[in-house]
Ligand binder design. Sequence first.
Ligand code: SF4
Length: 886
Amino acid sequence: MSAVRTTCPYCGVGCGLRASPAAGGGFEIRGDSEHPANLGRVCSKGAALGETLGLDGRLLHPEIRGARASWDEALDAVATGFARTIAAHGPDSVAFYVSGQLLTEDYYVANKLMKGFIGSANIDTNSRLCMASAVAGYKRAFGADAVPNDYTDLEQAELIVLVGSNLAWCHPVLFQRISAAKAANPKLKLVLIDPRRTQSADIADLHLQLRLGSDVVLFNGLLNYLRREDALDLEFLDAHTEGFGAALRCAKESAASIPAVAAACGLAEDDVLELYRLFARTPKTVTAFSQGVNQSTSGTDKVNAIVNVHLATGRIGKPGMGPFSLTGQPNAMGGREVGGLANQLAAHMDFAEANVERVARFWGSPRVAARPGLKAVDLFDAVERGAVKAVWIISTNPVVSMPDAERVRRALQRCELVVVSDCVRDTDTTRCAHVLLPAAAWGEKAGTVTNSERRISRQRSFMPPPGEAQPDWWIVAQVAKRMGFGTAFDYDGPAAIFREHARLSAFENGGERALDIGAVASLSDAEYETLQPFQWPRPAGVAAPPRLFADGRFFTASRKAQLVPTTPRAPAHKPDADYPLVLNTGRVRDQWHTMTRTGRSARLSGHHAEPFVQLHPLDATRFGLALGDLVEVATATARIVVRLEITDVVTPGQVFVPMHWGSVFASNARVCTLIPAAVDAISGQPELKAAPVRVGRYEPKWYGFALSRAPLELPATSYKAVSRGAGYWRYELAGDELPGSWPEWADAVLGPRTARVELSDVAGGRYRGANVDGERLQACVFVATAKSLPSRTWLATLFGSPKLSDADRLAILAGRAPKGALEAGPVVCSCFAVGRSTLLRAIRGDKLVSVEQIGKALRAGTNCGSCIPELKGLLAESAPSTAAQN
Ligand code: SF4
């Protein structure tokens, strides 16, 4: 089998990949050098995809109320349940909640069933959580949800303003492309605007660590400055825009001067001025933004404040410039295109009467939804109230990722019918399901995705679905047939669905709608199979425009772009004496969403093995916390317990917790339980980055950890975090209750004590035990009443050892590595499993001063490059001691 060209299932960069059979079984995944998004590059997550293809944890058969069922039984249960609910309570009593993980073809069929044939628009997507504000902002400004840029703009720009985006970790291949462009072009400057000093600051010429939520003031101030400095493009404003006067008035009122902006944003005046000067004098400017902008109760205004300064300077529709929304998910854009958001009908059409009538004719359905449906937060509110009585959740995990996540769980537990399609058996959401439907996973399913630059690429299958798993489009179409809509869902494969989607995009379009891919509406199955990545629009019969908006014509009624007045607003919830800190959430480098796939990879799990909270040193002192403490982060209604990192990447008053950990990987770390469900009034996007919280030390009676070749069934403990290592599972533990006997507790953890070495120090409050089967370590557990415990990384190396030496056995009991054994520390370079301690030893001992030297010595940073910002951080951290040694 030759390599199959496909696309990465993780972030919105949409990297092309080649999957080929690996020598030892499984598949090797490499970057596709011919794909324009990545030109052969991959990040740590993409590089580890081959490790995530196993069957452990997969949902392989349909289930009804926990019992295995046939497909016929399960599909009948779903179709009957939905039909009965609709007959009794109307079409708005049911809902779908879908995902940016779906392929466009899956999305299209789900949207067609709900909006076209059930007759409700109650279908929304988890993309609501990541980029709904960008959609709303673009629509207000351009009359269409049309991202104006492509990735080459980032390389042709001379200034990149990166707002609310940790590109280095969340879109790593784009970060690599920008890093390379900066190295090749010293004139290219990058300004980072982010309340955290993320790894993306590594290549920034200027970092504005602004106050959370103050972006609108900053960009209003910029608009005002551009007017004062006579840096506007008056010709463009006059010919191609409307609304400048009102936008400027608003900007003047809210951001009258640089001192006023600096004070409102918590920035130095010189830094604000530096940004404004750079922007004013650099025509080739791209402002790239992501969740830090979108996930806010004023997210849409933030987007428009950014778009305003590009329109005011005519910096759109030309190479190297434009306001560029970077989408989080691999197919958030595809979902937008087919109507996966509750406020869009289909093919980028909204619910205007003419659109509803047009789509009804195209689909041949008399009952197309005529008004928008419930957006994500409202949808789950309706489930909780009982207004929505049947919900089908496809390929997403809202019990972890939605704000007020515990309320979402409660809502699902009360719901009469919860259907969940997923490829994973156990998630916080599948635990709430009445009917479970096994879906095909990446590598098994086929279709298309659209990345952040509007590029449509094929995802291709290279292995059959296991068990009874089926593609999502098939599952939805089967339910549609059973509900009596058979002829409209009689597809023989994804190519037929893609053709229909493309035909709808072109249907009665005539250049009125941005999305038009009519040129690919008649592809044969064979042509679909070999379809090359392309950007939309691609209308039939006419040449595709070389660049969106190059002609200065937009998709508003007047064909002019709209500047929108934007009034700054503080986040919905403010800190106070009881909850004095502001919680910011985000992502880590090596995990994706709720870890259902990346959590299976040992090398990805080594980077952060536990959920954590980052706190500034001043706040750590203020709250009496020390590095490595278990910390309770709490609101009035919820609390999580996570490990403390003390770092000045966050400012005083701010805490950061990643969003990935659900109940499957940690006992109590669902950070979204702490987030109130406040949303942007226009986009419906929740404010996921500004929740008031308090922190305090969590003081259990004991701390511990276990390492084991096989998964362990652990007795209930108050704190547990589980992760994969190379050949072992790792459990971090703590408890509120001291067991009566540690050896007996260890029996429950480790199993029979036939080959146990152990040390039980009752007076010292310590227990160490290890099961050794023959000559190999099978499992070990360490507990203590104090926080300090032996190093996990040295013990973990013993799972790779074919034979434990006597020194190893003694060292296990002593809780220390034998003399001469070297600690690796937490993984920094995932590709070559190089740990922090190894790196620091090499940097200090061998006096390494550059990433290149580290690469030569240890290979770290020489494959995907995702760890390079952290390598630079370690070099900086070591600089004084290196100097001292010199
Ligand atoms: S940057 Fe990484 S996660 Fe994103 S698409 Fe590329 S390989 Fe996948």
